[in-house]
Design a binder for this molecule. Structure first.
Ligand SMILES: [Zn+2]
Length: 255
């Protein structure tokens, strides 16, 4: 494959990769996945991804507080996040958003942190990496109230209509391991039918393991196989999908 793939969503600072992070990166390179976007999940993670990315040429990190980590966060973290963003090392705010799936998640607290981080994205003119689970319409509502320059709706799992609204708002849709399950017909249908210029690839490793290794840690090398699945779903050569998804990621994140 001529074009190097970009994994637009990888948690390389997760404890699952602490023992063999370099080997994981090498395996990804060998598979044709040459660049990575590392979102943070809370403030300590911002420091961790900024450090990791220094050893990954052409890669980038994002700073943010994930909706499932707002309970451990403090209001002051927004000011500290602003200071971190002022350092100019993050390509985006992320991973931010809303999660309506987890039962004990505090929706109002999630919304407060989401809105404050959308304001930061606006202030720094940065794209955002969105986590949206059972919350598509609520996320869209807050994006209308607090517009940003776009970004990526990671692990996209909404309807065709919601996908179109995200695209109109300047977002790319992230697809990965979910495409590998034959039962994920809605996601496979979206990946097959949405405009190719709106699609980026991601692993979300160590999460969302693919159908061929459902009980194992997911890895960024799998993005090469996700690219092949996307190519097959769309009836396109692998090179065309690699080139388009890499271009889309570079364009939306300014890489
Ligand atoms: Zn994530």
């Amino acid at each position: 494959m001529a074009v190097s793939l970009i994994d637009t969503h990888l948690h390389l600072d997760a404890p699952e990769f602490a023992a063999d992070c370099e080997a994981v990166v090498q395996a990804a390179h060998a598979a044709g996945v040459g660049r990575f976007v590392l979102p943070a999940i809370h403030l300590p993670s911002c420091t961790a991804v900024a450090e990791l990315v220094q050893a990954l040429p052409g890669s980038a990190c994002a700073f943010g507080i994930h909706p499932l980590y707002v309970k451990e966060a403090h209001e002051d973290d927004i000011a500290r996040l602003r200071d971190l963003l002022a350092g100019g090392r993050a390509c985006a705010l992320g991973e931010i958003g809303l999660d309506g799936f987890v039962a004990d998640a505090d929706p109002e607290l999630q919304e407060w942190f989401f809105i404050e981080q959308l304001k930061l994205a606006k202030a720094f003119d940065l794209p955002v990496l969105l986590h949206v689970r059972r919350a598509q319409d609520r996320v869209l509502k807050y994006l209308r109230r607090h517009p940003v320059r776009g970004g990526i709706a990671h692990a996209f799992n909404g309807s065709v209509q919601q996908a179109r609204i995200f695209i109109e708002m300047g977002f790319k849709l992230g697809f990965g391991g979910a495409m590998s399950y034959s039962g994920s017909s809605r996601i496979r249908q979206l990946a097959a039918s949405m405009p190719l210029e709106s699609i980026v690839l991601e692993s979300d490793a160590p999460d969302i393991p693919p159908a061929w290794a459902p009980a194992q840690r997911n890895e960024p090398a799998n993005v090469a196989r996700f690219a092949q699945i996307l190519a097959d779903l769309r009836g396109l050569p692998l090179d065309a999908v690699a080139e388009a998804t890499t271009r889309n990621a570079c364009e939306v994140l300014g890489l």
